[in-house]
Design a protein around this ligand. Structure first.
Ligand code: SF4
Length: 89
C-alpha cells in the first residue's frame, strides 16, 4: 500500500476522473500544488511534485472524483502554469 492509499484508502478504489499532468520544464518547485493535493502528490528531493503513488508515470497523476475541486484549484493557482488536467469533463 502506498502512502497516498494509506492516508486515503478511497484513492485505491475510485476510478480516476482525470489525470493531472505536471510539466517539470515549467515548474519551479514552489509547492502550492503539494499543499492542495497532499494525498496525490509528494515532493522529490529537490522539492518538485510527483505522483505519490508509484504506479504509472510520475508526472501524470490519476485524480479521483473527490480530489477534482482541489486539482482544479491547483491548476488555477500554479504560478508557473505547469499543471494541466487531462480528461476533465
Ligand atoms: S504549484 Fe506549479 S510551480 Fe508550484 S510546485 Fe506545483 S507545479 Fe510546480
Amino acid at each position: 500500500m502506498t502512502r497516498a492509499e494509506a492516508t486515503s484508502p478511497a484513492l485505491s478504489r475510485r476510478r480516476p476522473a482525470a489525470t493531472l499532468h505536471i510539466d517539470w520544464t515549467r515548474c519551479q518547485a514552489r509547492g502550492a500544488c503539494l499543499e492542495l493535493l497532499p494525498a496525490l502528490l509528494r515532493a522529490d528531493d529537490d522539492g518538485y511534485p510527483l505522483a505519490a503513488a508509484p504506479a504509472g508515470a510520475r508526472t501524470d497523476v490519476p485524480v479521483p472524483p473527490e480530489e477534482m475541486p482541489a486539482a482544479r484549484d491547483a491548476v488555477a493557482l500554479c504560478p508557473r502554469l505547469a499543471l494541466t488536467l487531462r480528461g476533465d469533463r
